[in-house]
Design a binder for this molecule. Structure first.
Ligand SMILES: Cc1ncc(COP(=O)(O)O)c(C=O)c1O
Length: 365
């Protein structure tokens, strides 16, 4: 069997047992609470992992972009929610084309967005389901007032080429919460706000079929999901230093690692690795998710990466590591690494290579 030690560094590995355990645990959580699981596959963009998630009971998948949706559809995953608004004419034409081959849901949060969606779908004889985005405090996209949601739901319902499927939110501000109780409070507030919005819609004869929430720390922390029908966690398949920092995962639950090599030790108290922001990204996390740096060296000894360049990581602390030695890194944000890597390697617990998955962003168009 080929060993990961034979592959040039930096190399991105995914440990099979940990990956499968994470997938099973989330599937169990969703079953326990009677929720549909629609994982956000932007975390990995690997159709084989998405297939595993579906095999373990996921009801469909979530993506952020049209290329992600296309890549997954090409691999037979045709129940897709695109959890970002699509408003550009050329993109909308692509969406119409995709909706002929897949059961597509798409986000909307504006009148202009719904008008464009409706026009392009109608022109092309296509139909898509729409989920209206609700802002429960993340202040990215979404409507924060129930009245706005009701008005837009009516627009969707009146458009022949659109079907009103429901509402969704992404409570991504959990990553900026102050501490674990604050994560719990955001999770509870998210459920409460979504239920309130769903009730307001129902009172107007617009009952949403889908009421969808999702971010890994909040779905793991929430104790009740009253009124929620679906969860869309993404990062949980891999976990990373941010999830460990905020308490949503243990280090043993982290499936994705980066193996790098010490290339320089210019003076005592500093060593340098052959990987930088071009693979690791430059996230540090914040507040409860603050990792204290740009990722952690976790083996053979522990260090925080204190400085990052495009192709260098600097550890400003003494260590016993020697030039030429390999180290294992736990990145701050696994989704970024999986997106930037040209390929990831599925490995067993001994470092044996089981599979090699090219990044479909590069190879699948
Ligand atoms: C719309 C949406 N849904 C779900 C998720 C999944 O969140 P997480 O990766 O924290 O599990 C994300 C993450 O960015 C998102 O943007």
């Amino acid at each position: 069997m080929r060993m990961v030690s034979e592959i040039p560094t930096p190399v991105v590995t995914i440990e099979k047992d940990v990956l499968e355990r994470n997938i099973r645990r989330m599937a169990d959580l969703s079953r326990r609470h009677g929720l549909n699981l629609r994982p956000h596959v932007k975390t990995h963009n690997v159709p084989e992992i998405a297939a595993l998630q579906l095999r373990e009971g996921a009801a469909g998948i979530t993506v952020a972009t049209l290329p992600e949706a296309r890549a997954m559809a090409r691999h037979g995953m045709t129940d897709v929610f695109i959890a970002r608004e699509i408003t550009d004419w050329a993109d909308l034409k692509e969406l119409a084309e995709l909706s002929q081959r897949a059961d597509v849901g798409v986000a909307a949060d504006s009148e202009e967005g719904v008008k464009r969606l409706s026009q392009v779908m109608a022109d092309r004889g296509a139909k898509v389901s729409v989920l209206l985005e609700v802002d429960v405090g993340g202040h990215r996209c979404g409507m924060s007032k129930a009245d706005e949601v009701i008005a837009l739901a009516r627009r969707v319902q009146d458009a022949a080429a659109l079907a009103f499927r429901g509402i969704f939110t992404h409570e991504g501000h959990v990553y900026g919460a102050a501490d674990l109780p604050a994560i719990r409070a955001i999770a509870a507030e998210t459920v409460h706000r979504m239920r309130e919005t769903a009730d307001a819609l129902a009172a107007q004869g617009l009952r949403p079929k889908v009421v969808s929430v999702g971010s890994s720390p909040s779905v793991k922390t929430a104790t009740a999901f009253d009124g929620i029908t679906e969860i869309r966690p993404g990062n949980y398949v891999f976990n990373d230093a941010m999830q460990v920092a905020n308490g949503a995962a243990a280090e043993a639950d982290c499936a994705l690692k980066v193996i790098a090599t010490v290339v320089s030790k210019p003076e005592p108290g500093r060593f340098v690795l052959n990987v930088g922001s071009k693979l690791l990204g430059s996230d540090r996390g914040r507040h409860v998710s603050d990792t204290g740096g740009y990722g952690w060296v976790v083996s053979p000894e522990r260090h925080v990466i204190s400085r990052l360049y495009e192709e260098h990581s600097v550890v400003d602390s003494p260590g016993t590591l020697a030039v030429g030695q390999r180290v294992v890194l736990l990145p701050t944000h696994a989704c970024i690494v999986a997106n930037l890597a040209r390929a990831v390697f599925l490995v067993d617990s001994q470092g044996g290579v089981l599979e090699h998955w090219p990044n479909r962003r590069f190879s699948d168009g």
